[in-house]
Design a protein around this ligand. Structure first.
Ligand code: PLP
Length: 429
């Protein structure tokens, strides 16, 4: 029995035969009482080890001064030390006066930015967003579950827009934003997107920058979480969105976000946001009420360790060396188990943290549940869509970074078996 057999062309007898042997393999795995977790995009211990020496860059015998002479042990500097602003400006492709350094989490900055917009509006708003009867966001999907959770928490209505091979479906985006002034924003993970691993094309970035929005205070939430997280030495190019917005005459349209969570330490990294000077001045004035300033010692640690873009790139190459065999194992296993069967389709990303897989409609939930029953935990099916509802119940997010290559081999085999069993059930229904 060859691997490359189209399930949709099999007769009932062949499918039943297939099912029986797959079920046998499934039961064998189930009896092994495995416990494998592929649910979240967490760096593995080996990756964390790469940044351990950063902890030695700040010691008690040092003078912990920033480049402007400010004492990092004391209060001061609401938007970050100059060298941190300079480093993040380079990472995000903006000027250092267009950057605000935050705490350890970019998600916090996104959450707070939207909360502030609800309560106070953004630069140029006529009123706080929350004064409107409804506030809506466009959510290219599949997307990042925690973006959607922020909207859900703040009662922002989410509108699903399809992700195409080079970004959101821009025909749909343009049509929606031009007609409805309650649509105030769009979530974008423009590079090695979570979970599809795709990078927005030049054309998509330009259309986002140039489109006519009925809401005059519309904002793009540009979560550049994976901007330097390449898996190959030929990184996907991404058009500079702030420059594109300026050229389009919409300089205030975009907020950019990123962090070192997957460069150094998740939870103990440094986050930053960027935008036009007007946006940043407005944000700084609100942030200065919330805090006297973020952790400058951690900023110093990071700038001493990461130094500049050349160092960031060589550091990220070390991450890639660890991650690449893991992605290759997942992709190789998917290919040997599922290729040619016409029941699953997946992306081969050039960077980021995820592989996104689509099953036949209506098979994702059951396949993920079966995998869980056999000890393999995946991101909940549906989580990649607003309200946790995948309308076609077909998207599965695979996070290969944390498990070992050996564990991945088993996990993907189990997942592939589950997808095949679920597909046969579906076809025979
Ligand atoms: N944005 C995206 C797209 C992510 O995938 C993640 C983590 O998985 C984050 C943001 C979280 O970033 P941070 O740790 O800076 O809050």
């Amino acid at each position: 029995m060859g691997h490359h057999t189209d399930f949709l062309n099999m007769n009932i007898e062949q499918l039943n035969q297939h099912y029986a042997s797959l079920k046998e393999r499934y039961d064998e795995y189930k009896n092994q009482n495995m416990k494998l977790d592929m649910s979240r995009g967490k760096p593995c211990p080996e990756q964390l080890e790469l940044s351990k020496s950063m902890l030695d860059t700040v010691t008690s015998s040092d003078r912990l001064q920033a480049s402007d002479g400010s004492d990092c042990l004391n209060y001061g500097g609401v938007d970050g030390i100059p060298e941190a602003k300079e480093l993040f400006a380079q990472i995000l492709g903006v000027s250092s006066n267009e950057v605000i350094i935050g705490g350890s989490s970019s998600l916090t900055m996104m959450h707070d930015t939207i909360s502030r917009a609800m309560l106070h509006g953004v630069y140029g708003s006529e009123q706080p967003w929350v004064k409107q009867p409804t506030v809506k966001f466009l959510c290219p999907s599949p997307g990042y579950d925690r973006h959607f959770a922020i909207c859900e928490l703040l009662n922002i209505e989410m509108i699903v827009v399809d992700m195409l091979h080079d970004g959101p479906d821009m025909d749909a985006v343009e049509a929606l934003v031009s007609q409805d002034d309650s649509i105030k924003g769009i979530w974008c993970v423009p590079k090695y997107s979570n979970p599809d691993g795709i990078t927005y094309s030049h054309q998509v970035v330009n259309r986002l920058a140039n489109m006519k929005t009925k809401a005059r205070d519309f904002r793009i939430f540009w979560d550049d979480a994976y901007s330097v997280h390449h898996l190959t030495d030929q990184p996907d190019p991404l058009t500079n969105v702030l420059s594109a917005c300026k050229e389009a005459g919409n300089p205030d349209r975009v907020f950019l976000f990123c962090s070192t969570s997957k460069i150094t330490f998740p939870g103990a990294g440094v986050a930053a946001m960027a935008g036009s000077v007007e946006n940043i001045n407005y944000m700084r004035s609100l942030i200065s009420v919330q805090t006297i300033g973020p952790d400058k010692i951690n900023q110093l640690r990071h700038t001493r360790f990461l130094k500049d873009m050349d160092h960031v790139r060589s550091h990220m190459a070390k991450h890639a060396a660890i991650l690449k065999p893991k992605f290759e194992m997942v992709l190789g296993k998917l290919e040997s188990e599922l290729d040619g069967k016409n029941i699953a389709f997946w992306n081969k990303p050039n960077g980021g943290y995820f592989i996104s897989l689509n099953t036949l409609d209506g098979c994702a939930k059951i396949a993920v549940k079966m995998a869980a029953d056999a000890g393999v935990t995946l991101t909940a099916a549906g989580a990649t869509f607003p309200y946790g509802r995948d309308p076609r119940d077909r998207n599965i997010r695979i996070a290969p970074s944390f498990p070992s290559v050996k564990e991945l081999e088993k996990s993907i085999e189990v997942l592939s078996i589950c997808i095949q069993l679920a597909s046969i059930d579906k076809i025979l229904l």
